[in-house]
Design a protein around this ligand. Structure first.
Ligand SMILES: Nc1ncnc2c1ncn2[C@@H]1O[C@H](COP(=O)(O)OP(=O)(O)OP(=O)(O)O)[C@@H](O)[C@H]1O
Ligand SMILES: [Mg+2]
Length: 562
C-alpha cells in the first residue's frame, strides 16, 4: 500500500480532477438516459418543446466535451504512474544492500520491473481510479434513475450484481495459477534473452545458443498457451454475462407487455439504464479479475522494493576529511555457510602502499569490498582513521575512496563520460591523462575523439584498453584511499609497467591497496600481505617475503613461469 500512496501523493491534484470529472460524466450519462424517456414520451404526446430538445442536446454536448477533457488527466496519470514505478525500482538500486544485489539476475530483474510497473499502473489507474471515477458513479446513478421508474427492477438488478460477483470469484481461483505460470515464464524468457545478448562470444564459441534458444522457445510457447487459456476463460465469462443481460432485457419487455404498465419512453429508458447499470459491472468484473492477477505481478515487484537497503549509505557519522589509515580488528566473515575470514587483523597506515597477493579465491576482493562498506563483517571491526566504518555515512566516505576492479566496468557512453563521469574538465586535461595511461595512439586513431561511443560494457575496446580507460578515472578524483583490484591484469607487461609507474607517481602520499597476480608490478610497494584461505600467511616488503616466505616464493615462481 505504501508504494501506491507514495505515487499518489505526488499526483494528488490530477487524481482529484480525474475522479471528479468521471463522477460528473457518469451523472450526466444517467441523466441523459432518463431524460430521453421524457423526450420520447413528449414526442408521443405531441408536447415536445424546444426547451426540452435544447436541454437534451446541451447535456449530450457537455458529455462529449467532458469526455474529451478527461483524456488529459487520464493520459498524464497512466503514463506517469507507469514510469514512476520503473523509476522507483531504479532508485532502489542506488540504496539496495550489496549482499542482496548480488543475488539478482539482470534478465529476470528487468522483466520483473516491467511486469511490476505495468501491474502497478493497472491496479491504480485501470482499477481504483476507474472504479471511483466511472464504475461506481455509473452504477449508483443508474440504480437511482431505475428506482425512479420501478423499485422492484432495481432490486432484481442488485441481486444480479451479487450473482456476478460470486461467479467471478470462483473463476479467479483458476486464473491465479495460470497467471503465476505466465509471470515465471516471462522472467525465464527474458533471462535467456538478456544473457544471450550479453554473452554472445561465450555462447557462440561454446555452441550454447541452440540450447538457449530451445529453452527460450519452450518458455515462449508456455506464455502463449497460458495467455490464450486465460483469455478464453475470461471471454467465456464475458459471453455468459452478455447472455444474462439480454435475458433480463427480454424478461422486462415481456413483463411490461403483459402488465401494460410502462410507457414506450419508460421501456426505452429502462433498457438504456439497464445497459448503463450492467456495463460498469461487466467492466468491473474484467478489471477486478485483472486487478487480482496484477496483484501477484506487483507482489514480485514489491518484493524487490522491500529488499533491505544499506542503511549506512545515507546515515551515520559524516566525515569531512580522512587521512587514509585502515585498521582491521578481528574481522570474521562468511558467505552463507562458507567461512572466508576468521579474526583477520592488519593495519594500513595513511599514505602507504600495500599489496594483497594470494591464490585465487583466497579472499582478497572480499577484503576490499569490506573496506568500501559494501559487505559488513559478521564480527570484529574495521576502522578508517579512528572511525568505526560501520558507523560512517558511506556516501560521504565515498568522496575519499576510489575503486578500480578487475572487470573494469565501462558503461555505454562516450570515452569522455567514461573517464570523468559528469565532472567539468577540459579536453586537454583528459588527453594528457590518456597519455599517462598509454592510450595516446588509441585515442589519435579515433575520428570522433573523446566523443567516441565505447559500446555497452566497452565492447568496442580491447580488455587492456578498457582497463587503462578505467585507470584514467583515478587521475580525476581526489581520493585518499585508492583500491586497484587486478586493475592491470589484461595489459601486456610493458604497458602495465608504464601505466603503473605513472599511476603510482600520481598517487604518492595516498593510501594505495593493490591486488595483483603478476607479482612484478608490486616490487615497490611498502608492504605486501600474502593471503591463503582467508588467512595472512606472510607480511613484509618484496625482498623480505621472497627471501623468507615459502608461499610467496611459490607465487613468485608461478609468475616467472608465466
Ligand atoms: N557473493 C558470493 N557468494 C558466495 N561466495 C562468494 C561470493 N563472492 C565470493 N565468494 C567466495 O568467496 C571466496 C573469496 O572470494 P574473493 O573474490 O574475495 O577471492 P579473490 O582472492 O579476490 O580471488 P581472485 O584472485 O580470483 O579474484 C571465494 O571462494 C569465492 O568463491
Ligand atoms: Mg578478486
Amino acid at each position: 500500500m505504501k508504494h501506491y500512496l507514495e505515487i499518489l501523493k505526488k499526483k494528488k491534484l490530477l487524481v482529484v480532477i480525474y475522479i471528479l470529472l468521471g463522477i460528473v460524466v457518469a451523472l450526466l450519462n444517467a441523466f441523459s438516459a432518463s431524460y430521453f424517456q421524457k423526450v420520447l414520451d413528449d414526442c408521443g404526446d405531441k408536447t415536445l418543446s424546444i426547451t426540452t430538445i435544447c436541454i437534451y442536446g446541451f447535456v449530450l454536448v457537455l458529455i462529449c466535451c467532458l469526455n474529451y477533457s478527461d483524456e488529459y488527466p487520464s493520459c498524464k496519470l497512466s503514463q506517469s504512474i507507469y514510469l514512476e514505478f520503473k523509476l522507483k525500482a531504479f532508485r532502489k538500486m542506488s540504496t539496495i544492500d550489496y549482499r542482496y544485489y548480488q543475488l539478482l539476475g539482470t534478465g529476470n530483474l528487468i522483466q520483473k520491473i516491467e511486469n511490476g510497473a505495468n501491474a502497478g499502473k493497472s491496479i491504480l489507474f485501470d482499477f481504483y481510479f476507474r472504479l471511483f471515477s466511472e464504475l461506481l458513479p455509473s452504477i449508483v446513478f443508474s440504480l437511482i434513475f431505475i428506482a425512479n421508474i420501478d423499485k422492484n427492477i432495481m432490486i432484481y438488478i442488485v441481486i444480479g450484481y451479487v450473482l456476478v460477483f460470486v461467479v467471478t470469484n470462483i473463476l479467479l481461483k483458476y486464473l491465479y495459477d495460470i497467471k503465476a505460470h505466465i509471470l515465471n515464464n516471462e522472467e525465464v524468457f527474458n533471462k535467456y534473452v538478456v544473457r544471450g545478448f550479453m554473452e554472445l562470444i561465450v555462447f557462440r564459441t561454446n555452441k550454447k545458443f541452440k540450447h538457449e534458444i530451445g529453452k527460450t522457445t519452450i518458455a515462449s510457447e508456455e506464455i502463449v498457451k497460458s495467455k490464450t487459456k486465460m483469455r478464453m476463460i475470461h471471454e467465456a465469462f464475458f459471453a455468459i454475462f452478455a447472455l444474462f443481460i439480454t435475458l433480463i432485457k427480454v424478461i422486462i419487455i415481456y413483463i411490461s407487455w403483459k402488465n401494460n404498465e410502462l410507457s414506450v419512453g419508460d421501456l426505452v429508458a429502462l433498457l438504456i439504464l439497464i445497459d448503463k447499470a450492467y456495463s460498469p459491472i461487466a467492466i468491473f468484473n474484467v478489471l477486478f479479475v485483472q486487478y487480482k492477477l496484477d496483484i501477484s505481478a506487483f507482489r514480485r515487484y514489491t518484493d524487490l522494493l522491500d529488499m533491505p537497503d544499506d542503511v549506512r549509505l545515507n546515515s551515520g557519522k559524516i566525515v569531512n576529511s580522512i587521512e587514509g589509515n585502515i585498521h582491521f580488528k578481528n574481522v570474521c566473515f562468511s558467505y552463507e555457510d562458507k567461512n572466508i575470514f576468521k579474526d583477520l587483523s592488519f593495519d594500513i597506515p595513511a599514505g602507504s602502499s600495500v599489496a594483497f597477493v594470494g591464490e585465487s579465491g583466497s579472499g582478497k576482493s572480499t577484503i576490499v569490498k569490506q573496506i568500501m562498506g559494501l559487505i559488513k563483517p559478521d564480527a570484529g571491526s574495521i576502522y578508517v582513521d579512528r572511525n568505526d566504518l560501520s558507523e560512517l555515512n558511506l556516501n560521504k566516505f565515498y568522496n575519499y575512496i576510489s575503486y578500480t576492479s578487475q572487470e573494469s566496468p565501462i558503461f555505454d557512453g562516450t570515452l569522455r563520460e567514461n573517464i570523468i563521469f559528469d565532472k567539468d574538465i577540459s579536453d586537454e586535461a583528459i588527453i594528457e591523462v590518456l597519455e599517462r595511461v598509454g592510450l595516446t595512439s588509441f585515442y589519435s586513431d579515433l575520428p570522433k575523439g573523446l566523443h567516441t561511443e565505447v559500446g555497452e560494457r566497452g565492447v568496442m575496446l580491447s580488455g587492456g584498453e578498457r582497463q587503462r580507460l578505467a585507470l584514467a578515472r583515478v587521475f580525476f578524483g581526489d581520493a585518499k584511499i585508492v583500491i586497484l583490484d587486478e586493475a592491470t591484469s589484461a595489459m601486456d607487461n610493458i604497458t602495465e609497467e608504464l601505466v603503473m609507474e605513472n599511476v603510482m607517481q600520481f598517487l604518492k602520499n595516498k593510501t594505495i591497496i593493490t591486488i595483483a597476480h603478476r607479482l612484478g608490478t608490486i616490487k615497490n610497494v611498502d608492504k605486501i600481505y600474502a593471503f591463503k584461505d582467508g588467512k595472512i600467511v606472510g607480511v613484509g616488503d618484496f625482498k623480505e617475503l621472497l627471501d623468507h616466505n615459502q608461499y610467496f616464493g611459490q607465487l613468485w615462481n608461478a609468475t616467472m613461469e608465466n
